[in-house]
Design a binder for this molecule. Structure first.
Ligand code: XIL
Length: 372
């Protein structure tokens, strides 16, 4: 008994020690503060426009566009949430929408000359995980004799039509399907509300309808992959290849590229993007962020993070089919990882500007890459 208690105590101390080392907040020196880039030297947007490359940031509201620095850096923006079902729909039964927020976003962005990426039309996790809205709960609330598959299918079709009509001529690239794969699987489709009720064809049907409604649109499938060599990455490629071979009107692949626990190499990223280019598809990095903590062993983590972003931009520029890189945020004041602080201990600080809007090293490094 005594040995058992000593053993258990040792185990607890060891686990607590490992957890402390892994999770304790860290702070790194901000050497970049002493060498801020002069705004007039920032030519990222100008150069991007020149070569037909889209460099973007997502935002809750596009208020940053008034900012002088923003205007020199980005020529594209993705509404973080404003175009998602839960943000626009008011009543699922009557299909009543409120577009005040999404319209304002799109108008402000377009006035500032930014391209707007449409994100996202059909996203299982938005319902099942974020419950925004929970479509299963809605289906369960329907009368017993209602045909649930038909109701869900009608909802999806109406939603696609309503969104594409509303933003016709304003948004030319849409994530039609977002995150079709199970997050922690080996590449199987996620068992989400759409797969359960509509089967695998929910994917091809959404593309076919969007294309029929507006053939000028560039239609994307968007996915988060933690690396580009494992089973999930191969399965995602196989899924896209199958859609293409079946003649599904899909034009592009969005790689979210959230680097949460591991940093995938720019080389592997480039190779993977190249595969889609061989299928005749367009590719974009759509939600780039890499937690600062992942660079903790570098001499200067801020520089290492900036070099990583520069190298991802470089990887994209080397693949002719890669048309853009979008960061999943603008400055470190508004960081989505904070919602899951227990999983993502500080520092996350993933963006190109710090919480006080000062440029971080990635900005000068990307600037230098684009000037070549
Ligand atoms: C996230 C937003 O950043 C959060 O504000 C929101 O609560 C949930 O969605 N993959 C995606 C994005 O495709 O839409 C997600 O954005 C992040 C993961």
């Amino acid at each position: 008994m005594k040995f058992f208690l000593i053993g258990a105590a040792c185990l607890i101390v060891t686990i607590s020690g490992v957890l402390y080392i892994k999770m304790r907040p860290l702070e790194f020196e901000r050497n970049y503060l002493s060498s801020q880039i002069e705004p007039e030297k920032i030519l990222i947007r100008e150069k991007s426009d020149e070569i037909g490359f889209f460099f973007g940031a997502s935002a809750g509201e596009p208020t940053h566009v008034d900012n002088n620095l923003y205007a020199k850096v980005f020529n594209s923006t993705t509404p973080t949430n404003a175009l998602k079902l839960g943000s626009v729909i008011q009543d699922l039964n009557t299909m009543t929408y409120d577009f005040s927020e999404s319209d304002a976003y799109v108008d402000i962005a377009r006035e500032a000359g930014l391209r707007v990426r449409g994100h996202a039309l059909v996203w299982g996790k938005l319902s099942d995980q974020y419950k925004s809205p929970d479509l299963q709960v809605w289906l369960d609330s329907l009368p017993k004799d209602a045909n649930r598959s038909e109701r869900l299918s009608n909802l999806v079709s109406s939603h696609i039509k309503i969104m594409l009509d509303r933003y016709r001529g304003k948004i030319s690239q849409w994530d039609v399907i977002n995150e079709p794969l199970a997050l922690f699987g080996d590449g199987e489709l996620e068992e989400n509300v759409f797969l359960r009720h509509l089967g695998e064809s929910y994917i091809s049907n959404a593309f076919a309808l969007a294309h029929e409604l507006d053939p000028s649109l560039r239609l994307f499938i968007n996915e988060q992959l933690n690396n580009y060599t494992g089973d999930r990455a191969q399965a995602f490629y196989a899924l896209v290849e199958k859609l293409v071979s079946e003649g599904v009107p899909i034009h592009g692949v969005g790689l979210q590229h959230h680097m949460l626990f591991f940093v995938e190499s720019p080389e592997a990223t480039q190779k993977y993007m190249q595969k889609f280019s061989k299928l005749g598809l367009q590719v974009e990095i759509t939600e780039l962020d890499a937690r600062l903590r992942l660079f903790k062993d570098a001499g200067d983590p801020y520089i290492a993070q900036g070099q990583y972003y520069r190298d991802i931009v470089d990887a994209c520029l080397k693949v002719s089919a890669c048309t853009g890189v979008t960061l999943w945020g603008y400055n470190d004041e508004d960081v989505w990882h904070k919602d899951m602080a227990w999983l993502f201990p500080e520092p996350n600080e993933p963006y190109l500007f710090d919480e006080q809007n000062r440029a971080k090293p990635g900005l000068s490094l990307i600037n230098a890459r684009l000037k070549l």
